[in-house]
Design a protein around this ligand. Structure first.
Ligand code: GLY
Ligand code: MN
Ligand code: MN
Length: 439
């Protein structure tokens, strides 16, 4: 992502924050995994969105109209020993030179410098409740300023949620963001196709996961957007199954929910396919039903339509189909009203997608479902999960879990599916698997 993009975002933020006010946001912290070992560092999405700065122990401050510079970055000072052991870091000079901060200060001096910046500001825009240490510190600083009121210094009187402003911005993706999302989607689709091509009965779920990760990394993308779900047979009925430890059986389906990040932007794809390469009749019937529900839902992704239309379309198709196949009994409108479908379809149709896999942005505005606008990206992911112990349905349906998930961009005149690079029709999946297994 070019610096210009971050600059544009900061400018927009400054306009929203307004003169006389201040906004602050802290970076993510590095986290210990176990003695001397850290989890891979992932920057806080909001912080990265505004700064492009990928280091821990940093804090960005925005003061619209400040004469000495509006954008201030607190970060770690350059340390030769640290550079030797852990690699490059920007230091104070890099923060201004490469990340275009107007001013930079050592993070260790935060308590000396930041309180002065809060003086005589009316509002503090701040992501409240995210970092309790900083929450406490901020209140302490504000209280200390209050004590100086007799010297004519005023303390901020209002704390405002920064997220509200920022998340509205993040919800609509710019061309630069869409470029990264397209790349994440393309590579994730390739990885799913590779999984279909490699999968054989007797493999372990984690071996298929390895093929997926291999494809991500081969393409230069190292961070998964979330832990991959590779769930054979009835494991697919556990919605967040990530153990990925079982052996794949030839008569089972395999559900894979996996996506990669490209420069902090996520893809999120699910495909379900037969381990053997050929669907059984029962699997085919349920699979086609989920696919029909997905097509019907995607049809409802258009500017001007409310967010819930796609969900409602999927409920309609799935309930009707479940009655037709005999898994539900009764009249469709009543079954929908009584939410009977929820025993087999217990989640909603999808979520916003962006820097976070479950991305930010309100789903309702003034208590009404949000209307879709060009530039929004969302997932469409209906599913059916028939528990193995479900005695109300014929035995042939039990233990089958199916989800089909694509990433969809709302365009000016409809939508664009970003993850179309991996097959999902029964014929296309069987063909790809047949060809690769014959080769
Ligand atoms: N991969 C998480 C989700 O589909 O929501
Ligand atoms: Mn999803
Ligand atoms: Mn998913």
């Amino acid at each position: 992502m070019k610096q210009n993009e971050f600059k544009r975002r900061r400018k927009l933020l400054m306009q929203q924050v307004g003169k006389g006010n201040i906004a602050l946001i802290a970076s993510a912290s590095s986290r210990t995994r176990n003695r001397d070992v850290e989890y891979p560092f992932r920057q806080d999405s909001d912080f990265y969105y505004l700064t492009g700065f990928n280091e821990a122990d940093s804090l960005a401050v925005f003061i619209p109209g400040r004469e000495q510079g509006e954008y201030i970055l607190f970060c770690r000072e350059f340390d030769e020993q640290k550079a030797l052991w852990e690699g490059a870091h920007a230091g104070l000079e890099g923060a201004t030179k490469h990340y275009e901060a107007d001013d930079s200060f050592p993070i260790d001096d935060l308590s000396d410098i930041l309180p002065g910046m809060l003086e005589n500001k009316a509002k503090v825009f701040y992501p409240m409740g995210r970092d309790s240490d900083l929450d406490h510190q901020l209140l302490e600083w504000i209280n200390n300023i209050r004590k100086q009121s007799r010297n004519g210094i005023s303390a901020p009187g209002e704390l405002v949620s920064l997220e509200h402003v920022l998340h509205e911005m993040r919800l609509i993706k710019s061309p630069a963001e869409l470029k990264l999302m397209r790349r994440a989607a393309e590579v994730s689709a390739k990885a799913h196709a590779r999984a279909m091509q490699c999968c054989k009965p007797g493999m372990y779920e984690y071996q298929v996961e390895a093929e997926i990760v291999h494809e991500f990394m081969r393409e230069g993308l190292r961070a998964v957007a979330y832990p991959s779900i590779v769930a054979g047979g009835q494991n697919a009925c556990v919605l967040h199954y990530t153990e990925n430890k079982d052996k794949l059986r030839k008569d089972d389906l395999l559900l894979i929910d996996a996506g990669v990040e490209c420069d902090h932007y996520a893809a999120d794809i699910t495909r379900t396919f037969p381990v053997s390469g050929k669907f059984s009749e029962a699997q085919k019937a349920l699979y086609q039903l989920v696919l029909d529900a997905q097509y019907a839902a995607i049809e409802q992704v258009r500017p001007g339509l409310p967010w819930n239309k796609a969900h409602d379309a999927s409920v309609q198709v799935l309930t009707k189909g479940l009655v037709k196949l005999g898994l539900l009994k009764g009249r469709v409108p009543k079954l929908i009203k009584d939410e009977k479908y929820k025993q087999f379809y217990m989640h909603r149709i999808g979520h916003w997608l962006g820097m976070d896999v479950h991305d930010v942005g309100d789903y309702k505005v003034n208590d009404q479902w949000r209307v879709l606008e060009p530039g929004m990206v969302l997932t469409v992911e209906p599913g059916l999960y028939i528990p193995a112990e479900c005695e109300t349905v014929d035995e042939k349906w039990r233990g089958i879990g199916i989800r089909i998930e694509d990433d969809v961009l709302v365009t000016r005149d409809g939508h664009e599916i970003l993850t179309g690079g991996v097959p999902k029709s029964i014929e296309d999946i069987e063909l790809l698997m047949r060809e690769s297994h014959a080769a």
